[in-house]
Every structure is written in structure tokens, then in C-alpha cells.
Design a protein around this ligand. Sequence first.
Ligand code: SF4
Length: 62
Amino acid sequence: MTFSCPHYDYNAEGCRKLKVECIPGRVGCVLRGKIKVSEDIEKRLRELEKTNTRRKKRQEVL
Ligand code: SF4
């Protein structure tokens, strides 16, 4: 990564705030809406959104 975030845990290589993999701009990230991310990260964010949408739909059915 070519940035520095106070929430990034270099030992665990993840987000200390969200306790998940660091994907800058993800829901809950302090940088969400404040930065322009690379195409690769945009793709990962879209995949994450799809996964979250599928999970929400499954929960609505239950
Ligand atoms: S997900 Fe966001 S808040 Fe968490 S470490 Fe990465 S850049 Fe920082």
C-alpha cells in the first residue's frame, strides 16, 4: 500500500478499526468518499458490495 492510515495494523496486516482486511474506501473506512482509489481496489469494492447485497437478501428471507 502506498498510503498511511492510523487504523492499519502492520503486524496483522489488516484494519484495526473494522477488524477485517484493509480495503480503502470500504463501508466503515475513514477514507470512504474522501479518496480516489485504483481500478483494482474499485473492483474489490464492487465485489464486496455484491457479497454484502447477497448476504442482506439472504437475511431478509430468513
Ligand atoms: S480499511 Fe480504511 S480505516 Fe481501515 S485500515 Fe484500511 S484505510 Fe484505514
